[in-house]
Design a protein around this ligand. Structure first.
Ligand code: DCC
Length: 182
């Protein structure tokens, strides 16, 4: 017995859009190692924020890294991310967007830190939301890159939008952003 009528067209093959877990990318693997300490990503099973990053080869011609990639993420805002009753704290939304922008610059160019960010909170984020974070790294000069990110719900609602200037780390920063903690 078959459950498929003979005139049913075959299901379309799944489209591989190139997105892979962050640690499947050579640079992403290095970055993912920071996840155990990152303010945003350090508790993947916790009640505050859970985030899963993905990368794919970049289409952008301005990328300067050896294997430039784009970054996106899926993020869950848990009960301990609360700000206004029943909704996520703005700092949690800003932190998610900040980290995603930093990682986007890192993958498109090289390691960088935020010098300036702006965040627009477009809609309150209900606790329990699983949204996606989209990022777009801009072109870099020798010292910095522009970048943007947004948080979008499953129904297309835009919850937050951010832009940033990230300073690319170089020799002049040697030692400033290494180690610490632990
Ligand atoms: C999986 C989990 C992973 C986990 C891994 C997570 C990694 C991602 C982390 C997320 C991102 C962060 O939150 S990072 C943490 C927050 N950020 C920080 O702590 C940075 C603190 N600030 C600093 O240390 C410094 O101010 C720097 C490094 C940002 C810049 O100092 P500098 O290196 O001396 O650079 P400077 O000459 O001043 O500026 C370089 C160029 O940038 C421009 N510039 C500098 N500051 C600004 C500014 N506020 N707004 C606009 N533009 C600016 C300058 O005009 C100049 O442009 P031109 O003249 O060349 O045109």
């Amino acid at each position: 017995m078959t459950l498929t009528p003979p005139d049913t067209p075959p299901a379309p093959a799944a489209v591989d859009d190139g997105w892979r877990p962050l640690d499947a990318h050579p640079v992403g693997r290095t970055i993912a190692a920071f996840a155990t300490r990152s303010f945003v990503a350090n508790d993947p099973h916790g009640d505050r924020l859970r985030i899963r990053y993905e990368a794919r080869a970049a289409a952008v011609p301005h990328a300067t890294a050896a294997q430039p990639a784009e970054l996106r993420a899926e993020v869950w805002f848990g009960p301990k991310a609360e700000g206004p009753p029943g909704h996520a704290h703005g700092g949690s939304v800003a932190a998610v967007l900040d980290e995603a922008m930093g990682l986007a610059v890192w993958l498109a160019h090289r390691a960088a830190v935020a010098a300036h960010i702006e965040v627009d909170f477009r809609n309150p984020v209900p606790l329990g939301l699983t949204g996606r974070v989209e990022t777009t790294a801009g072109p870099a000069d020798e010292r910095k890159s522009s970048v943007s990110a947004r948080l979008v719900g499953p129904d297309g609602t835009v919850y937050g939008e951010a832009t940033g200037i990230f300073v690319l780390l170089g020799e002049r920063h040697a030692g400033r952003f290494r180690g610490g903690g632990a």
